[in-house]
Design a protein around this ligand. Structure first.
Ligand code: ADP
Ligand code: NI
Length: 213
């Protein structure tokens, strides 16, 4: 099987799986992560491009949020798929990348400096910031029926605005590659512009009507 064919089969395998995910983890997210990961590696030339592409396609295949906490079934499926489709040689590396790619993974293990991991992490994190990141955050919040914002319980609330402080605003400083650091600058600025405008409108809506003239 040539690489084109393996990539096509992997695309189809992923498309089937993510049908059950929220629309912030849809095919277009996978496609963006794949293309941005390829771009980063073109600039940095630190990893095998085929492995980068396969890892990008598979990076959300096993997600504890959509697997009821049981990720091992997902890894078993994935392992079988890779063996059957000519990817045994890169299987262990890709599985390690997938286990470590998540921002919320508290127990990283394996090769934490694998360039493939660094690239996929960067591409995934870039998609969580900027205008698309904001769209994805509110989309996810809606999917979970979370509130947009609550000024009374700002700390430890599960609002989507609080997610900006828990994750999105931290990502700029967690980029691994120089290429991603550069790409993150404008996207991070946009998060700040968005928040500024959001609070401005919130203030106006909260107090202006109550003012006595
Ligand atoms: P990771 O790729 O690190 O696993 P997630 O799957 O947790 O990231 O997040 C996927 C997308 O959903 C991101 O854009 C992220 O910002 C968003 N998201 C995750 N959790 C929340 C939340 N509690 N509120 C709003 N958006 C969220
Ligand atoms: Ni992702």
């Amino acid at each position: 099987m040539n690489k084109e064919e393996v990539l096509k089969r992997t695309e189809e395998f992923v498309r089937q799986k993510i049908k059950g995910y929220d629309s912030g983890h849809d095919w277009w997210h996978i496609e963006r992560v794949r293309n941005v990961a390829k771009f980063i590696n073109e600039q940095e030339a630190i990893a095998d491009q085929f492995t980068v592409e396969i890892a990008a396609l598979l990076h959300d295949y096993v997600d504890s949020k959509f697997a009821g906490g049981n990720i091992e079934n997902g890894f078993a499926e994935l392992s079988e798929f890779m063996d059957k489709n000519g990817m045994t040689k890169i299987k262990e590396q890709v599985v390690d990348v997938l286990r470590n790619v998540s921002f919320s993974n508290k127990k990283p293990s394996g090769n934490l400096t694998d360039p493939v991991l660094l690239i996929i992490q960067d591409a995934d994190r870039l998609d969580a910031i900027g205008a698309i990141g904001i769209a994805r955050a509110f989309n996810y919040g809606g999917f979970r029926n979370n509130i947009i914002y609550n000024p009374d319980i700002e700390i430890k609330s599960s609002s989507t605005i609080s997610h900006f402080y828990e994750k999105l605003l931290l990502l700029k400083n967690r980029m691994n590659t120089l290429t991603a650091k550069n790409l993150a600058v404008e996207k991070h600025e946009f998060l700040e512009i968005f928040l500024k405008q959001f609070y401005k409108e919130w203030e106006f809506g909260s107090f202006s009507g109550k003012r006595k003239y």
